[in-house]
Design a protein around this ligand. Structure first.
Ligand code: BES
Ligand code: MN
Ligand code: ZN
Length: 484
């Protein structure tokens, strides 16, 4: 999607749609009252999310009115969603250009409208070979009207980096599991060195030397080698400043292993690497916009398969921390991957804090539904920072407790702990398992099993499928709280 910022009165090119964004209650006055008749005939009020096709309008090949809600509540997210809704309404119309005219002219709003179109126009179509022409998106360019086009272009630069990163993350999640196995994922991350990131990839032999028996046990049944990707961005003025750290669960496919999952819906488990994809996307945007921060991203990349050599329920493994784990259910594998990835991260990098992201439990979907991810943390300040960023970026989080009295639910009869704590509070005991590998520093865990994939989507900037959840909120938090 090509983005251009143009002045409000710039002539429209051929095959253009004009989307006029209007405030609720003021719609009939928009454009000098040009559309009052259509509005009266269309039950259009300008409420948020409304889109009205104005038939026979003269101003362009096609004119849309897009509701932005009340003027006093209009903000950057309003501009983003209005532009995204306009795109959604006409993407396959056959027309080529979408002109968006916002009801307020600030550069920051124009930039966010552009982000809205970029995110809404995301598509994963590389495996389609015969899509009917009339189903294919035709809009190839968005022209966003702005008072000060130069200022809008400047404001859009970091958002363009964000859109690139979200798309990168969505692509990883959308890829089928026969294509995106751990080494392939690692390879795509390695390619991010072109952006100025430093990437190290550890294979199984190196992880064995480090004593990562917990992570390696998960990948043991797969013919694909497990990988650990370490991504570094050194953008802080002080090159030796303590980094912030992000760790992602990257289970490229989760069959459940010997504790095999039911067939129905198992294909969804290709996106069990959504946490790792979010961390990769975050590192992508930090480099893309040259964030003034030192950050590390650690991805634990494995495939959880049943096999003659697969891990068994009853096995005991030794993690890098030295703590032993009795495997009760081989389908509770994400926490086993994170146990070693988190430990490695804090031992090697001594970060300011760690945030892990993982499609960890089905129970978080039962608890929160599909619009919220679960937040668990040992630190109130880090939690507040995550929650604030999550609100501004429209990636909702809800904090859940880590009650010390639940910790005994993961005690084992023969080892230091077991990998499941029973069905009650299943997302909580999963988080508490990870907590046993956190050595005192501020840590937060985001259970994104509820939000990594959406079908149907409820937000105009998120097409059905991979959401890229986490990239925006973490990028915002870093930008606002942890940059020089
Ligand atoms: N990857 C799944 C969690 C999941 C489930 C993500 C549904 C997205 C949608 C995870 O590895 C898993 O299997 N968790 C088990 C844990 C249980 C065995 C303690 C679960 O949630 O059932
Ligand atoms: Mn599982
Ligand atoms: Zn899993």
């Amino acid at each position: 999607m090509l983005i251009e910022f143009v002045s409000a009165d710039a002539a429209l090119s051929e095959k253009s749609v004009l989307a006029v964004v209007v405030f609720e209650g003021e719609a009939d006055k928009a454009e000098g009252g040009a559309y009052a008749k259509a509005i009266a005939a269309g039950r259009f009020t300008g409420a948020k999310g409304q889109v009205l096709d104005v038939l026979g309008a003269e101003a362009a090949d096609r004119v849309l009115l897009v509701g932005a809600g009340k003027a006093d509540g209009f903000d950057a997210m309003g501009a983003e969603h209005a532009a995204a809704s306009a795109y959604g309404a006409v993407k396959a119309s056959g027309l080529k250009t979408l002109r968006v005219k916002l009801p307020a002219g600030e550069a920051a709003l124009a930039a966010r409208a552009a982000l809205g179109v970029r995110l809404a126009s995301y598509r994963f179509d590389k495996y389609r070979t015969k899509e009917p022409a009339d189903k294919k998106p035709s809009i190839a360019k968005a022209e966003i009207a702005a008072g000060d086009t130069a200022a809008a272009r400047t404001a859009f630069a970091p958002l363009a980096a964000l859109a690139d990163a979200v798309s990168f993350s969505r692509d990883l999640v959308s890829e089928p599991p026969n294509v995106l196995y751990p080494a392939e994922f690692a390879g795509r991350v390695k390619a991010l060195e072109a952006l100025g990131l430093e990437v190290e990839i550890l294979g199984e032999a190196e992880m064995e030397k480090l004593g990562m028996g917990s992570l390696l046990g998960v990948g043991q049944g797969s013919i694909r080698d497990s990988q650990l990707a370490i991504i570094k961005w050194n953008g802080a003025r002080d090159a030796s400043a303590q980094p912030v750290a992000f760790i992602g669960k990257g289970v490229c496919f989760d069959t459940g292993g010997i504790s095999l999952k039911p067939a129905d819906g198992m294909e969804d488990m290709k996106w069990d690497m959504g946490g790792a994809a979010a961390v990769a996307g975050l590192m992508h945007v930090l480099a893309g916009r040259k964030a003034k921060v030192n950050a590390v991203g650690i991805l634990g990349l494995v495939e959880n398969m049943p096999d003659g050599n697969a891990q068994r329920p009853g096995d005991v493994v030794t993690s890098m921390s030295g703590q032993t784990i009795e495997i009760i259910n081989t389908d509770a594998e994400g926490r086993l991957v994170l146990a070693d990835a988190v430990w490695y991260c804090q031992e090697r990098f001594k970060p300011k804090f760690m945030v892990d992201l993982a499609t960890l439990t089905g129970a978080i979907i039962i608890a929160l539904g599909n619009d919220y991810a679960g937040l668990f943390s040992n630190n109130d300040e880090l939690s507040e920072n995550l929650l604030a960023a999550s609100k501004t970026e429209g990636e909702p989080l809800w904090r859940l407790p880590l009650p010390p009295q639940y910790d005994k639910n993961i005690d084992s009869m023969i080892a230091d702990m077991k990998n499941t704590g029973g069905r009650p509070g299943g997302s909580i005991t999963a988080a508490m398992f990870i907590q046993r590998f956190v050595n005192g520093l501020p840590w937060a865990h985001l259970d994104i099993a509820s939000t990594a994939w959406k079908k149907p989507s409820t937000v105009p900037t998120i097409p059905d499928g991979a959401t890229g959840f986490g990239v925006r909120l973490l990028n915002r938090m870093v930008e606002e709280k942890y940059e020089d």
